[in-house]
Design a protein around this ligand. Structure first.
Ligand code: ITT
Length: 195
């Protein structure tokens, strides 16, 4: 089975390749496509929007990922706005800095948080499969480590003192929202024809 990764985020492309580990043939989006709209209020709505947008441009099924970090003490922020928390086009550093300022302004050094991931597979104008997963942990007010991407330097999964950014890719995928969602998706995909 061939699936087109309906994302413009190179870190997600890398993580999908690592997590799927060759069990599905993954293809990149054709170049030159515009960025899909993301106007939903939930991860699932945004993942559906992206999947259907890109599925209209390619023949094969597409896989879209909408994900982010939810911090209840900050009213759920950055949430579905994780990629653009510090403004449209903001980089990881600016988003991290804004999150640290927001935590400190609440007077907390660390707070409960979770990463959420919604995956949607669509073909042409139809959604074929939807999966959601999350990983609970703590968000901290100072960064550590230089692995991963996004908010990884601030997040430690429950039961671990290390941040995602201090783990190898393999270790992160033992816990991560994206790896959990992909495992669920793989369990629900039709088994390859044995004949
Ligand atoms: P596409 O829409 O093209 O897939 P995007 O980066 O805009 O790319 P999202 O809207 O889903 O995708 O935003 C995801 C953001 O959430 C991402 O930019 C990070 O800031 C954060 N995020 C998601 N998964 C993460 C992870 O595993 N580690 C750290 N941060 C993560």
């Amino acid at each position: 089975m061939r699936i087109v990764m309906a994302t413009q985020n190179p870190h997600k492309v890398r993580e999908f390749a690592e997590i799927f580990g060759g069990r599905v043939e993954l293809a990149p989006l054709p170049s030159g496509l515009p960025k899909a709209p993301e106007t939903g209020e939930t991860f699932l709505e945004n993942a559906r929007q992206k999947a259907l947008f890109y599925a209209a441009h390619v023949e094969d099924p597409v896989l879209a990922d909408d994900s982010g970090l939810v911090v209840p003490v900050l009213g759920g922020e950055p949430g579905v706005r994780s990629a653009r928390y510090a403004g449209e086009g903001a980089d990881d550093r600016a988003n991290i800095d804004k999150l640290i300022r927001a935590l400190r302004s609440k007077g907390v050094r660390e707070a409960e948080a979770w990463f959420a991931c919604a995956l949607v597979v669509a073909r042409k104008d139809r959604v074929i499969m939807e999966v959601e997963a999350r990983v609970d942990g703590l968000v901290h007010d100072e960064p550590r480590g230089d692995g991963g991407f996004g908010y990884d330097p601030l997040f430690s999964p429950r039961g671990e003192s290390r941040r995602f950014a201090e783990m190898s890719a393999e270790e992160k995928h033992r816990f991560s929202h994206r790896a959990r969602a992909v495992r669920e998706l793989l369990a629900r995909l039709p088994a390859p024809d044995a004949t």
